[in-house]
Design a protein around this ligand. Structure first.
Ligand code: ADP
Length: 404
């Protein structure tokens, strides 16, 4: 059984095709700069002898429809599939599912309309996700398509966690509340951790830390998300590559008054010019670490702020959950940076959280337990795989809807 996963951005399409028998990736690629003369599709596939090959196609791809057609043509030419209907399903990453979507959903017209209705909540992401859905429904009308929402896993949050202390009608009329993101990743690593711990997910209490370019953490009690650091948008919470995370809500007003900048300009600064980049000029953690190791004071400060914010959330979520089985590090930084893991957990021995320095010295490509023997709570690196999770959820969703 072959399943395609599509992640459509405003000028890009990222894709993978899985063989679901063994979860292997048959082909993957990224088409960028759609609509420009410099469009570029970089793709990989496994040939008949099991070797991974790579190639690049360059030249103008006018729009997403042309882009997906190109991707499907190449996939057919490579023999990954011989007919579009050989795809058992296509799973679409959709950033915002609002309160309407708690789980992966088979795409029919009414789902497309509902995703369109979320555009005001995710103006940067949902329009592009929708284009991906529409184009692939046109090109593959007989293949079942499933929407997998970044927000869905967090829909189990109780009202006291998802409400903001604002006039209540802002929630009722304008849907202002915490939704949370990265749900596919938090869910995937939590399930992997449960397998590792040898317990059902429904009896696991976890703090998951997804640390990539965007960063977020989730409090998972009895296998369900009860709180998460990103909010109504992905701007709230931890320090990120270019996003500020938690902020006094008065600051944007003060900035508008004192700089004369518009709210749109300030929003852009908070999203694109803040976080690690705002503090030290770089958003790539490898570069920040390199500078800090060489004594660069802003880079050191950026790392201290990044880790301190994580530590505060670990403490807060430990209190919110009441007891913990494990803390999970994932994402490019969580999986690779021993410095960030060490600093984020430093001084937490009295909470029963301690890392073993030697075990922590890894760039983990598989589940790795880095807890000290004295640590009551396990600290575990779990590599994330959002695409595989989307593929698996796509299969489950199709099976469930066929059974109905
Ligand atoms: P995305 O959120 O775009 O999926 P990733 O999960 O790939 O991003 O994470 C990207 C981040 O991971 C970048 O800040 C990058 O510097 C960081 N990273 C990758 N490898 C390392 C490493 N060896 N040490 C520290 N940070 C790393």
């Amino acid at each position: 059984m072959k399943v395609m996963v599509l992640n459509a951005g405003s000028s890009s399409i990222k894709y993978q095709i899985f063989d679901m028998r063994d979860s292997s990736v048959l082909t993957s690629g990224l088409l960028e700069q759609i609509g420009e003369a410099s469009s570029r599709l970089k793709y990989k596939w496994t040939n008949g002898e099991g070797k991974t090959k790579e190639a690049v196609e360059e030249g103008c791809v006018a729009d997403h429809s042309e882009g997906l057609k190109l991707i499907l043509d190449i996939t057919l030419k490579l023999g990954v599939i011989h007919d579009l209907n050989e795809l058992a399903g296509i799973g679409h990453r959709v950033v915002h599912g609002g309160e309407a979507f708690w789980k992966p959903t088979l795409i029919v017209d009414k789902v497309v309309d509902a995703v369109r209705g979320m555009i005001p909540l995710a103006p940067l992401h949902n329009p592009a996700n929708l284009i991906g859905i529409e184009v692939s429904r046109q090109l593959c009308p007989a293949v079942p398509q499933v929407a997998v929402f970044d927000t869905a896993f967090h829909q189990t949050m109780p009202p006291h966690a998802y409400h903001y202390a604002l006039p209540y009608n802002f929630y009722k009329e304008l849907r202002v509340r915490r939704y949370g993101f990265h749900g596919t990743s938090h869910h995937y690593v939590a399930k992997q951790c449960a397998i590792y711990l040898g317990k059902p997910l429904s009896s696991c209490n976890l703090v998951t830390l997804h640390l990539g370019n965007g960063t977020s953490t989730a409090a998972i009690k009895d296998g369900e998300s009860i709180d998460t650091s990103m909010g109504m948008t992905p701007l709230e919470g931890l320090v990120m590559g270019t996003r500020c995370g938690d902020l006094d809500p008065s600051i944007p007003f003060y900035l508008a008054r004192s700089t004369g900048k518009s709210y749109d300009e300030i929003e852009k600064i908070l999203n694109k010019e803040s976080g690690l980049k705002g503090i030290c000029g770089y958003n790539d953690m490898r570069e920040v670490e390199r500078l800090a190791a060489g004594g660069n004071a802003p880079a050191k400060l950026a790392i201290e702020m990044f880790c301190y914010r994580i530590k505060k959330y670990i403490g807060a979520y430990y209190a919110a959950i009441g007891s913990l089985d494990a803390i999970i590090f994932t994402g490019g930084i969580g999986e690779n940076s021993n410095v960030i893991r060490k600093e984020s957990c430093a001084g937490l021995q009295n909470l029963g959280i301690a890392i073993d320095e030697a075990k922590n010295h890894v760039r983990a490509s598989k589940i790795t337990d880095i807890s000290a023997s004295s640590s009551k709570i396990k600290v575990i690196i779990v590599p994330t795989n959002e695409e595989l999770e989307i593929a698996q959820q796509t299969v489950e969703c199709i099976k469930t809807s066929e059974a109905k």
